[in-house]
Design a protein around this ligand. Structure first.
Ligand SMILES: Cc1cc2nc3c(=O)[nH]c(=O)nc-3n(C[C@H](O)[C@H](O)[C@H](O)COP(=O)(O)OP(=O)(O)OC[C@H]3O[C@@H](n4cnc5c(N)ncnc54)[C@H](O)[C@@H]3O)c2cc1C
Length: 481
């Protein structure tokens, strides 16, 4: 037995004493089962690294005890929520071979739904669809990611994706981060920290009332940290009464110029007349808008629809017939409400270059992306290309291309080609030419984003990381800084 194995074995015994033998394992079949990523075959880097140990704590206190033990032996920890990472998890470049993978899914309690103060507090392993369903039973709505809502956990999206995930209503609502009021985090030393105005900054106040009250807003630093600043064990979100009226619509905007004028007018409205907005265009066809209005009454919905219709028609738009083709494309952007993700048998679909970029150059970015696509993967059996631009609040868009491959192209072939020839050039395009971002805060994407950090920001991040994590055990090396 090597010295490293001996150390892991004695750490394992100590961890079993904390969580019980049924919640920790060093069995290879179990460890390997945690390396399977949903994007495994989508060219995002394949399987994760096999951890040396998997542990499933059931309480914040158990998380804290495990982190303290890992500190003693300086063993890296990789937190895991639902395992829906776009990047392989554990990331290959994080830590050495002796990582502990901490699966947070036993932290699955919804602690409190307060309809007076309109908050929900849940443990970090709660899966988002379960959270949304429980809140909905009280007549309220909590913002969650759109897809994959049945896989992602509270802690995983807050740590790993756009700082709280892309909710279905991100055109107007922003990410879950905008609704976050408090976090409980086990710091890399094992200390338990509560953030957020209320219990954190006024020990006489049990409720989460206001994020900034009583001290600086320190919560944001844990959002989108990829798990490197600590392990989130609880989160409190603002909730709102559920708007029962749902009114979708499709407008044919004709030319790209008409669409873009209307797009910019629509996103500058306050309040936004739409709840969701999506612009798309299939090669050779007109540009369409799909909008969704969620409202508290029919009258409110009708008023908002009039604002949208007036802006669209002033820019040459006209109501479009809801055809199957349009609904198939629209369905890609919301599996829940706009339609089913139905693809013709044998074909496959993927996104190309989907990125968060500044709003004004969005269409130029699309032109560059299409040119890159022609150059790199153009000769694959692509039977449909759909350009799309989705506003993310006022200043940025999520822009990219939907690709539909015909029967002649297997998913593996498409992924392989895209991964090898196009991925890093597309990342260069949105990061370096457009000053945009990859959408994820995890794994390889995070290290790519971090390569664009300014020297001052990099040094600031290093300082914080070193002071929070003196033994460098929490996702060490995530940012490659
Ligand atoms: C096919 C597909 C489609 C997707 N579409 C969307 C979309 O439409 N909108 C959207 O927002 N996202 C989307 N995502 C991305 C997904 O939401 C993110 O990858 C999200 O981070 C996954 O959450 P998870 O709970 O599964 O986290 P995991 O994959 O388990 O972990 C993600 C990251 O968070 C860290 N982490 C996990 N739990 C904790 C914790 N408790 N404390 C600290 N760190 C933690 C992990 O170490 C890792 O770095 C998509 C992903 C896939 C595979």
């Amino acid at each position: 037995m090597t010295e490293e194995n001996g150390n892991m074995n004695s750490l394992f015994k100590e961890i079993v004493a904390v969580v019980g033998s049924e919640h920790a394992t060093m069995e290879e079949f179990a460890r390997r089962s945690y390396t399977r990523a949903p994007f495994y075959s989508m060219g995002a880097g394949g399987r994760g690294k096999t951890p040396a140990m998997v542990v499933r704590p059931g309480t914040t206190e158990e998380v804290s005890e495990i982190v303290k033990l890992a500190n003693k032996s300086r063993t890296p920890i990789v937190p895991r929520g639902g395992g829906g990472s776009v990047s392989p998890l554990p990331p290959h470049h994080v830590g050495g071979d002796n990582n502990i993978l901490m699966d947070t899914q036993r932290l699955n309690r919804i602690i409190d739904i307060d309809t007076e103060y309109m908050t929900v507090t849940a443990e970090s392993g709660v899966i988002l669809s379960a959270l949304a369903e429980e809140v909905r039973k009280t007549g309220f709505h909590v913002h969650t990611v759109d897809v994959p809502i049945h896989m992602d956990s509270v802690g995983g999206v807050l740590s790993g994706f756009l700082g709280g995930g892309e909710p279905s209503d991100m055109a107007t609502a922003g990410t879950m981060n905008d609704y976050l009021l408090g976090l409980k985090v086990v710091l890399p030393t094992g200390e338990i920290l509560q953030t957020g105005g209320g219990p954190a900054t006024n020990i006489n106040q049990a409720r989460f009332l206001h994020r900034e009250a009583g001290g600086p807003d320190m919560m944001g630093m844990f959002v989108g940290d990829g798990g490197a600043f600590g392990i989130k064990t609880e989160a409190t979100f603002a909730i709102n009464p559920h708007p029962p009226v749902y009114l979708p619509g499709i407008t044919d905007m004709g030319s790209r110029e008409n669409m873009w004028k209307a797009f910019n007018e629509l996103v500058s409205q306050a309040p936004y007349p739409y709840t969701r907005l999506l612009a798309f265009h299939e090669e050779g066809g007109p540009w369409y808008f799909v909008h969704v209005i969620r409202a508290h009454s029919e009258a409110e919905a009708a008023n908002r629809k009039k604002v949208i219709d007036d802006i669209c028609s002033a820019n040459g738009g006209k109501p479009a017939a809801v055809g199957d083709e349009i609904m198939q494309i629209a369905g890609m952007f919301s599996a829940r409400r706009l339609g089913q993700q139905a693809l013709p048998a044998g074909s496959t679909m993927t996104y190309f270059g989907e990125a968060l970029i500044p709003r004004l150059p969005s269409l130029e970015y699309l032109d560059d992306l299409n040119a890159l696509l022609d150059e790199t993967v153009g000769d694959l059996d692509i039977y449909k290309r759909v350009d799309f631009v989705v506003p993310y609040l006022r200043a940025t868009t999520i822009t990219g291309i939907l690709l539909y491959f015909g029967k002649g192209t297997t998913r593996d072939e498409a992924s392989g080609r895209m991964f090898q020839t196009a991925l890093h050039r597309m990342e260069e395009l949105y990061t370096e030419k457009y000053g945009g971002w990859t959408e994820t805060h995890q794994g390889t994407s995070m290290s790519h984003s971090a390569s664009a950090w300014s020297p001052a920001f990099r040094s600031f991040m290093r300082t914080i990381k070193q002071s929070l994590d003196p033994n460098d055990i929490m996702m060490p090396g995530l940012w490659r800084i």
